[in-house]
Design a protein around this ligand. Structure first.
Ligand SMILES: [Zn+2]
Length: 234
């Protein structure tokens, strides 16, 4: 029996509705996984977790390793145990790379944790700027600084989420990049890999906590946020 599960400390809907502070410590997140992505309280940068290490990639282009006392309103993690490993030697543009990657997923109706390591001819990322509560994510997304890197080694980490889970997680592929030298990173917008190793973990179980903050408990979640999320994340 496969006991792997994906863990969410809150549904993504809360972020889409502008609840950017939940004060959930990474000491808790790390009891649920050693690999994943998310953000920090007040949307203060993109988060990537690799081998239990937590990295913060802020809108000024800086990357730093942070300790477990840091706080998050939204993180998604798992204990990473890839089932399959694939290698891609040739150079692919982003569309071809996405098609190649999707072919590795036997069904689009379960979760996958995906870790990609290697060399990239080009990587384009962005990072969220620090934001106070209640500014809709779709507006924040319009002011996110973008960064582009050429000939860079690094890791992409994240998940594939089935489309019917869009109130809980970003549907489709959601990957964060961090360079091998831990100097650059962010939310992946596009990349051209050339010589990568791809590990894939199949996940068909999920665990989610529901925040008990006043903001969360009194938020009206009736609005369909799928369009906002699509605009903000893609
Ligand atoms: Zn992201």
């Amino acid at each position: 029996m496969n006991t792997d599960y994906i863990y969410f400390c809150s549904p993504i809907n809360a972020i889409v509705e502008g609840i950017y502070e939940e004060k959930i410590p990474f000491t808790h997140i790390k009891t649920q996984g050693d690999f994943g992505l998310g953000t920090f309280d007040h949307l203060d940068g993109e988060m990537v977790m690799l081998d239990g290490n937590i990295y913060q990639m802020t809108a000024d282009g800086k990357v730093k390793q942070v300790d477990e006392k840091s706080l998050t309103p939204y993180s998604c993690v798992t204990f990473y145990r890839p089932l399959t490993e694939e290698f891609l030697e040739e150079s692919l543009n982003y569309q071809a790379f996405l098609a190649w990657l999707k072919d590795l997923l036997p069904s689009l109706n379960i979760f996958y944790a995906i870790r990609i390591e290697g060399y990239f001819e080009n990587v384009k990322v962005r990072s969220v700027p620090k934001t106070e509560n209640y500014k809709p994510l779709v507006e924040v997304a319009q002011t996110q600084p973008e960064f582009e890197f050429s000939h860079i080694r690094g890791t992409l980490a994240g998940f594939y989420t089935p489309s019917y889970m869009s109130s809980i997680s970003v549907p489709g592929l959601h990957l964060h990049f961090i360079s091998e030298d831990v100097q650059h990173g962010g939310h992946l917008m596009s990349c051209c890999p050339k010589g990568i190793k791809v590990g894939i973990q199949f996940i068909h179980s999920l665990k989610m906590d529901i925040p008990l903050s006043l903001d969360y408990l009194t938020c009206d979640f009736k609005r369909d946020t799928a369009k906002d999320l699509d605009k903000a994340e893609n």
